[in-house]
Ligand binder design. Structure first.
Ligand SMILES: [Mn+2]
Length: 375
């Protein structure tokens, strides 16, 4: 029996991206496109199961149109079954408007794991048992791994797969232990053959191998500057409970990237321009933190480069609080009355610049300008 599982989690459909008004629609729609693409990849790879290990949705208050669209996309999966675990963002309660609405549009090959229970997939002709640990609230300081194993027969040949959503000790940050905390020890000693988890947005292990039995696919579509990877999912090829191969696939449409660029001469400006106008940045929300000191005409060159970079990326954010015009005799002459106190002070500091740091000169210049502007 060969079974292929497409394992994803934490798509967070319905995120609002209010902090990115200029590209808000693109970022919102990208999550839907990524779901469509993942279903397509799972179909091309002839996967048997499509597993969403929690937080398919970002919240429980989505509108009907979006909920039905997601169900229709998942209905396109051509394998045996789509298995959805409610996570801590899209947790399940019996009066849940989200899951009740979703169920209306979901075809008969979509299984929502509503209860902490053992789901036997024998009825789908699969020798698999799913041990489900769904979330029933946003927070919990206890995980949901609490099945009654006593009625399990030992001669059962099914592959046992745990499906849980929450933090994993040593892997996910969860300082107050409020995200259904789990430990590796507890998962490893559970007697199950494989654990498919969700919650942590960073994939883990980074490079899974044939011995990886606890898997976190990470978010398939990056959702902010905290997310430094390109979006991923896992495809697990199972020959038997002891023979598995795990492959990581890249899934994201957009990426978020922050870089600090020190600009002290024309060369640095040119290399910034060359780097960030490259094709690999066309799908980026890019934040560049510019630092350094440049002559006036060089600063104009920076503005030209920014415009070119801006044309190529999805969104460019420039932070230039620490990019300054270099202090030259010409600048001092143009800013201050000749032979005035600040004029003399700054010129003499500039002449002695070998003994004092540029920082002190900059500081003095800034203080004097501030005092002058306040008066
Ligand atoms: Mn979560």
């Amino acid at each position: 029996m060969e079974i292929k599982i497409f394992h994803t989690a934490d798509l967070h459909l319905g995120m609002r991206f209010a902090g990115y008004p200029d590209v808000q629609d693109e970022l919102i729609n990208a999550r839907h496109e990524t779901l469509e693409n993942m279903v397509e990849v799972a179909n091309q790879e002839s996967c048997t199961l499509f597993v969403m290990a929690g937080d398919l949705f970002d919240r429980t208050t989505l509108n009907v149109k979006d909920i039905s669209m997601v169900a229709r996309t998942l209905n396109e999966f051509e394998g045996e079954l789509v298995i959805i675990l409610p996570g801590n963002h899209d947790y399940y309660t019996h009066d849940s408007k989200l899951w009740n609405e979703f169920s209306k549009h979901a075809g008969d090959r979509i299984l929502i794991l509503k209860n902490s229970d053992i789901y036997d997939l024998n009825k789908y002709h699969l020798k698999i048992k799913i041990y489900a640990a769904p979330c029933s609230a946003k927070h919990s300081n206890e995980n949901m791994i609490k099945w009654d194993n006593s009625r399990e027969s030992t001669e059962n040949v099914s592959i046992k797969i745990g499906l849980a959503h929450g933090s994993l000790e040593g892997v996910s940050p969860d300082f107050n232990k409020t995200y259904y905390p789990m430990t590796r020890k507890e998962l490893e000693s559970s007697g199950l053959d494989l654990w498919l988890l969700g919650h942590t947005h960073l994939p883990w292990p980074e490079n899974p191998d044939k011995n990886s039995r606890i898997l976190i696919p990470g978010t398939p579509e990056p959702d902010g500057f905290d997310c430094k990877h390109e979006g991923s999912a896992f495809i697990i090829n199972m020959e038997s409970s002891s023979n598995m191969k795990v492959q990581k696939v890249s899934t994201g449409k957009y990426r978020f990237f922050i870089d600090q660029v020190v600009l002290n001469d024309d060369k640095a400006i040119a290399s910034m321009k060359q780097k960030y106008t490259g094709d690999e940045y066309s799908n980026m929300v890019l934040r560049l933190i510019l630092k350094g000191r440049l002559r006036k005409e060089e600063l104009e060159g920076v503005e030209e480069s920014i415009e070119l970079i801006n044309n190529g990326v999805l969104l460019l954010q420039i932070v230039k609080d620490e990019l300054h015009e270099s202090i030259t005799p010409e600048l001092i002459n143009s800013e201050f009355t000749e032979n005035s106190f600040p004029h003399q002070l700054l010129l003499s500091l500039l002449e002695e610049k070998k003994e004092i740091s540029f920082k002190s000169l900059q500081k003095t210049y800034d203080i004097i300008r501030k005092i002058r502007n306040e008066n």
